[in-house]
Design a protein around this ligand. Structure first.
Ligand code: KG4
Ligand code: ZN
Length: 345
């Protein structure tokens, strides 16, 4: 079987985005994402509602991806899907759909780890975007995870440090919620931060050992700060929104950069890639660019559409697994493969 002309359909449904993509080898032909507005009013993802929305979205999203790619399902060589980590009820929708489709088309089914996909998204062929060389460091920063990973090859990854409590995206979203901003608040903090003074207010950084992170203290610090200031002036947030957001973002970016610098020092690896929803943040993007001149790092920031959850990143992992010669047909996911909410890297 020739693996030079591979069409892969990829499905991602681990959290609150229903996504499907079609890849031709390592190129994205279509990358469709249906978000779920239903969670906004609750200030966070409601798992049962997410699962129901995935069930409504999955068929139209897959249709749309195939239509945009101009690929017929009979042309597909394999179906890749996220098997974890994520919300169980959400994962099950994508998993069941992928299994049935692969079975119906009689083609391989490839299970993909969502966190591995955030890292390997850097290997999607895109004009103007370099691919990292092995070994490199990857920092995955999202609403569910915060990890620093050493990447020695496509499938050899070692977690060097991770959050002990909240993920960095949660720190953004929960701080935003305290300030009265809608969910997800990360992009809004980013937007206001760009207009404010990052040194207007000071939030202490957590003291956590080695390369691990902790963000729950920051959320509490923001809450106490808010309560104190609002007691003195009820309009405090309206008057100072930009400065507050800039100061929170500055603190978070500093926490991330401090750990990255430590990881570079410990490993001697100066190629640094980021991935996950928070890698869309303008503050972390700028800090990484600055590190190129300041410390001589080579940094990799994914194309915007591959930062937040998407299926193209699942597709590239599917493609890499499919074309690895050592991977025998029996090593593809069989239909017994289960969704795993706590799947490790
Ligand atoms: O990777 P992702 O789409 O989903 C998870 O796997 O969690 O990440 C979503 C997270 C949310 O917490 C969202 O607020 C955050 O990414 N996010 C941002 C920005 N864009 C998305 N946080 C800060 N600044 C942004 N520009
Ligand atoms: Zn994600």
């Amino acid at each position: 079987m020739s693996k030079n002309n591979t069409y892969i359909l990829a499905i991602e449904s681990s959290c609150d985005d229903t996504a499907a993509a079609v890849l031709y080898n390592d190129k994205t032909l279509a990358n469709v994402v249906a978000g779920q507005a239903v969670h906004e009013q609750y200030g966070g993802v409601v798992p049962e509602l997410a699962s129901r929305a995935h069930q409504q979205n999955i068929v139209p999203v897959v249709h749309e991806a195939l239509r945009k790619a101009n690929v017929k399902k009979e042309q597909l060589n394999a179906v890749a899907f996220t098997s974890g980590p994520g919300l169980m009820g959400s994962l099950l929708v994508g998993t069941s759909f992928a299994k049935s489709l692969a079975m119906g088309l009689n083609i391989p089914l490839i299970d993909v780890n969502h966190m591995q996909a955030h890292i390997l998204a850097h290997f999607i062929d895109e004009e103007g975007f370099d691919k990292p060389q092995f070994p490199f460091l990857a920092m995955t920063i999202s609403g569910g995870h915060t990890q620093i990973v050493r990447v020695d090859s496509y499938f050899e990854m070692t977690v060097l440090g991770q959050t002990l409590d909240d993920a960095v995206g949660e720190a953004f979203d929960k701080s935003a919620k305290i300030l009265g901003l809608p969910y997800p608040g990360g992009p809004l903090i980013d937007k206001y931060a760009q207009l404010g003074n990052p040194k207007a207010y000071k939030f202490t950084k957590p003291k956590v050992g080695d390369l691990d992170f902790s963000f729950s203290g920051l959320k509490t610090a923001v809450l106490y700060f808010y309560q104190r200031e609002i007691a003195a002036d009820p309009d405090f947030v309206e008057k100072n929104r930009n400065d507050i957001c800039a100061s929170i973002q500055y603190t978070i970016v500093n926490i991330l950069m401090d750990k990255l610098k430590k990881a570079v020092k410990q490993t001697g690896i100066t190629q640094v890639a980021i991935g996950g929803g928070v890698s869309a943040n303008s503050g972390i993007r700028k800090a990484l660019k600055d590190a190129e001149g300041k410390y001589g790092w080579k940094t990799f920031v994914p194309k915007f559409e591959y930062t937040t959850d998407n299926a193209a990143m699942i597709g590239i992992v599917g493609y890499l697994k499919y074309t690895q010669n050592e991977l025998e047909a029996t090593e593809y996911a069989n239909t017994q493969v289960m969704a795993q909410s706590r799947l490790k890297l």
